[in-house]
Design a protein around this ligand. Structure first.
Ligand SMILES: C[S@@+](CC[C@H](N)C(=O)[O-])C[C@H]1O[C@@H](n2cnc3c(N)ncnc32)[C@H](O)[C@@H]1O
Ligand code: SF4
Ligand code: SF4
Length: 469
């Protein structure tokens, strides 16, 4: 066949009903509700946006590349319309008690009551239900996180899961979220032999003051013991990440703490959690001012991680900035907690030691969110259609009254649904904690870092860790 057919000219046009505008100072913040592409425009640029045909080709290409206008009838990318409804993250809480007594623990333990540890029957039922679900949905990879309470109090059950699920046709990654104190050589060896197990160790600092919220049953510091364990794990060459709860006790030293772990080659992977004012933290009135938390996070990136990540081969991961950057710099919403609506009861579930299933960790032991019990035959495929999960799916940021006028709602889902519930007893409220964090980081990137090539290249580098989650 011979044909001379070709599209020679690019024809640009905007679809006004897809464009949402918000004024910020002298500029316009625009996003496209179909692509979630965005831009900050001045008045002249705004006029061309609504009437691009026939105007400057270069500028039109920029608008097209940003996902704001169409070229030859099509957008450059589209946001994913349907959010996946297959659960791939299973949090399994192996006990409702702990070997230590953190002063801020989110859990509402009653240490005087008899502890409940997950038993053989419950774990067998979970393993069987997991096998059935994975096969039925043809899932190729899942993550199982063991938490609690302190999951190492019930290590036999961890072993049972790992061996019980060893031969199924699915990649299973395990995370053990632990205070680390019960890690002896035999447990370390088991973890080493099973390299799909990742360890996340909670430690808040490198001095007793910084770690002073984490104490033993006699209110004595545990830091020296944790340090010994960390040395042991390190010498066994097991990779692990560190989870730091940022409180008034360590907020002024975050950079020093991270620097210590990096300079001593201990780990390059960190989660910096803001202290949440729930559970025992609320009884003890232990808090963190979120403004201080955000300032510490920003200082850490600007003063230390930027230099470390750009001038060395190191690739240091800090979750908050990584997730926000991945949303601002490219389409897609990978991270379960920041999807809109979030993944509670859709991508993630949390199972308690007696087999009770909840949509997420923060809903543990709240009857209103109890999906069912694995020991009563409740199965994972019933979750996504359950009235509880369906109610959670309605928590779209567009439906949260106090978020409606927010320019940043395309990147924020109104914060964490469990935080909203625990504070307001209403899931349709915004979560003020992550509202403040997200807003501050987004504004930093848009209005300060955007003219700083070095910073932008750095953020593009760290965003990659969150693109595939
Ligand atoms: C409840 S613990 C359970 C696992 C294990 N016992 C541990 O400490 O790692 C899970 C994580 O939540 C963190 N955490 C506990 N209370 C918190 C709070 N009030 N705010 C934020 N994170 C908290 C812990 O430091 C830990 O990293
Ligand atoms: S944070 Fe972890 S280690 Fe601390 S009391 Fe709670 S469950 Fe135990
Ligand atoms: S929670 Fe805050 S930052 Fe997020 S969309 Fe709502 S108002 Fe905006």
């Amino acid at each position: 066949m011979k044909s001379l057919y070709s599209i020679e000219n690019s024809y640009y046009r905007s679809v006004p009903e897809d464009l949402k505008l918000m004024a910020i100072e002298e500029k316009w913040f625009i996003y496209n509700s179909v692509t979630l592409g965005w831009g900050i425009l001045d008045k002249n640029e705004l006029e061309i946006l609504f009437n691009p045909a026939g105007s400057d080709e270069k500028y039109c290409t920029d608008l097209y590349n940003a996902g704001l206008i169409q070229c030859n009838g099509q957008y450059i990318f589209l946001q994913e319309k349907e959010l996946d409804e297959v659960i791939t993250y299973f949090e399994i809480n192996l006990t409702n008690t702990c070997n230590i007594r953190c002063k801020y623990c989110v859990s509402n333990f009653n240490y005087s009551q008899k502890a409940i540890n997950m038993d053989n029957k419950t774990s067998t039922n979970i393993i069987n239900a997991l096998k059935t679900y994975i096969e039925e949905k043809n899932i190729d990879s899942v993550t199982i996180e063991f938490s609690g309470g302190e999951p190492l109090l019930n290590f036999n059950i961890i072993q049972k899961f790992v061996t019980g699920l060893a031969n199924i046709k699915c990649n299973i990654s395990y995370v053990i979220q632990t205070n680390g104190l019960l890690l002896d050589m035999s447990k370390i060896q088991f973890i080493k032999n099973n390299n799909m197990i990742q360890l996340a160790i909670s430690v808040d600092g490198i001095t007793e003051k910084q770690n002073s919220n984490r104490v033993d049953k006699n209110n004595k510091p545990i830091l020296n013991k944790v340090n010994e364990i960390i040395k042991k794990i390190k010498s066994s060459q097991i990779p692990f990440s560190i989870v730091i709860v940022v409180s008034e006790q360590n907020v002024d030293n975050i950079e020093q703490i991270i620097q210590y772990f990096i300079e001593n080659n201990i780990t390059e992977t960190f989660s910096l959690l803001p202290l949440l004012p729930f559970g025992i933290a609320s009884e003890n009135q232990i808090t963190i001012e979120i403004k201080k938390y955000v300032e510490a996070l920003i200082k850490l990136h600007e003063n230390y991680l930027l230099q470390k990540n750009t001038e060395t081969e190191q690739s240091i991961v800090e979750r908050n900035m990584g997730v926000i950057s991945s949303y601002i710099f490219s389409p897609g919403r990978g991270y379960i907690c920041n999807q809109n609506p979030c993944g509670a009861g859709r991508k993630i579930v949390s199972i308690g030691p007696t087999g009770k299933i909840y949509p997420c960790y923060g809903f543990q032991e709240i009857d209103e969110f109890l999906l069912g019990n694995i020991n009563d035959g409740y199965n994972f495929s019933a979750i996504t259609d359950s009235p509880i999960a369906q109610k959670l799916y309605l928590r779209n940021v567009e439906e949260i009254e106090s978020c409606k006028e927010c320019p940043y709602k395309l990147w924020c889902n109104g914060g964490c649904v469990t935080n909203s519930y625990l504070r307001h007893k209403d899931i349709m409220q915004r979560d003020e904690i992550y509202c403040n964090i997200n807003k501050s980081l987004i504004e930093k990137i848009l209005f300060e870092y955007s003219d700083n090539d070095k910073m932008i290249n750095y953020l593009r580098k760290i965003k990659k860790s969150w693109d595939t989650l």
